[in-house]
Design a protein around this ligand. Sequence first.
Ligand code: ADP
Ligand code: MG
Length: 698
Amino acid sequence: MTNSSESSLTTSVQFVKGVGPQKAEVLAEVGVETVRDLLYYFPRRHLDRTSITSIRDLQKDSTATVVAKVEAAGVRKARKRKYFQLIVSDGTGMLNCIWFNGIQYVQKAFTVGDQVAFHGKVEFYNGYQLVHPEYDKLGEDEREPLNTGAVIPLYPSGQKLKSVGLDSRGFRRIIKGALKQFGSESDDFLPDDLRKSLKYLPLGESIEIIHFAADLEQLSEARCRLKFDEHFFLQLLMALRKVGITEAKGRSLSKTGPYIKLIYDSLDFELTGAQKRVLKQIKEDMASSNVMNRLLQGDVGSGKTIVSILAVAIAVGNGVQAAIMAPTEILAHQHYNVFRKYLDHAQITTAILVGNQPAKERRKILEGVKNRNIQVVVGTHALIQEDVEFADLGLAIVDEQHRFGVVQRGALAQKGMNPDMLVMTATPIPRTLAITYHGDLDLSVIDEMPKNRIPVTTKVVTEDKITKVYQFIRDQVAKGNQCMIVYPLIEESEKLDLKAVKEGYDILSKKVFPKLKLELIHGRMKKDEKDAVMDAFGRNEIQILVSTTVIEVGIDVPNATVMLIENAERFGLTQLHQLRGRIGRGTEKGYCILIQRGMTTTARRRLDIIASTTNGFDISDEDLKLRGPGEFYGTRQHGFMKWKIADLINDGDIITEARKSAFELVDHDPQLKKQEHAGIRSRFLHDYQQMLEYVNIS
Ligand code: ADP
Ligand code: MG
């Protein structure tokens, strides 16, 4: 059975009854080449009695699924605009479905008498209507099961698939056929004991059920099992990386050296308890002959930088070099300045390496890094270019700000011989994400703000109150404080946004604050110009800094007490939190004023959240819920995840379970060599092929 089913699931999908070469070609475009691929083509949604709303019960602005019969169809015209209209009924009422786009296509898609499941947002316009709803045609035989409580799978199916007959109904047919002809996964890669202890259904059964469930309860069980699998393999990757790293021998950087004390004595503040605690953890890690692989997490303003500087001092005190990689040039410069402030004092040579440096300067730095004249180098991903060679990189620090993934981290580490690694995240991230992205790291948390901080007050203000706000800023400046006014700038509308900030600056400097010193800073300015403006702001020669989000990260001016954010509704939550973190860093109370112009419900929700809490963890949790993990983390990181059914927001418990199982497994069998793990091993090697260079498995 084992072998025959293994070979049969790898059969080309074209041999499934009802597929053939033409459909197979279109299926290949969505990644379905074998019978197994087809079985793993999971439904995007399921339809069952409880998920269907009667037309009679529809409510405006809700999202609903309706199953109804097409009564009439036709192209209509209103105010010069053509649209396609379906009138459908379900025995409780009538409903309009409207398309403004793709009229030719939808026109052909429906015939009077069709039974269709429609899904979309309910609007009211001369009666209830759905505009551009998702739709799935149901077979004659399929409406009945719905009444008896069965569950109907709806598949992802674009125009191209539909054009070869692979709408949801088509998929149901061929998947049913494939299961009959070839069976489901008969080998479960999870060892029986483990599976039973976790109370999961066998793999093959779960796959059958995800397509054709008898009821919702069964479906939910199958779904949990399949989600588990996806999380499990990612956690396995983390676990394997972790043993790989922990087993790797590094150097013991155990000397105290003179630098720590020098820098410590030059501080004009006392480290917080949390800073001392994490520094101790880092010190122990570095002194150990195992390689450090630690995540330093702490909210904006919690003081991670000085901790990293002290770690650098330890490294240099032990005769090795240190590198700090930041995600943007601005932040790299900011770090460079702060590092210099402390390291110059201890006579440690520090350089900066970013893109677009003059060739001569760059060559000189590369030389210094190679011959050890430079002990510490701060930079962007320019640091991981091929031509950068270290004499002896012993400590690699990544200021992650969400933007670097496992891969870039690995690339920096490879610049040395198993250097110690410290990753800093500015924004606390939800636990599920932390496990997922940083699951291979040990965690240190700075959970305490410096004592001198007074919480920032945040207010959402509409534009009619703006003159009051301007007066407030004048009063603050009169007291010697400084202010930042931030405008949104996003890539898609960069030109318009840039124009807006320049115009804003003109009006502010000429009309609103003619007596004050204002300057403009934005990402398109030359580096020298930016530096000059930032330096002047740092020396309080500029009272109001007008900027785009270039100041989001890093900038540290303790004297800045007011931040006014224009069009705050256009910013993301994490971004607002980061921005707000730029003020109230000194001993004066900070104020963050969010000017709202134009408003949607989610925007309102975002601003309310920001105004109600300064806790980065709460904010990032909310952000994750509002935006979804893809956007939260940036899509760049997602290349190595092959998820079809797993999700970070709702799978918390499953993730924890998957993590525990994966780490225990690797504990007992670090190379996945045991016979009972052969199935796991082969699927892991298959799914994470492109990650194998980062794990130690042979
Ligand atoms: P972040 O964690 O966001 O990177 P920084 O390291 O930039 O925060 O620190 C924010 C500000 O707090 C800096 O001006 C820094 O000098 C100051 N700071 C750091 N630690 C302390 C402390 N223990 N007491 C007072 N101020 C501190
Ligand atoms: Mg920082």
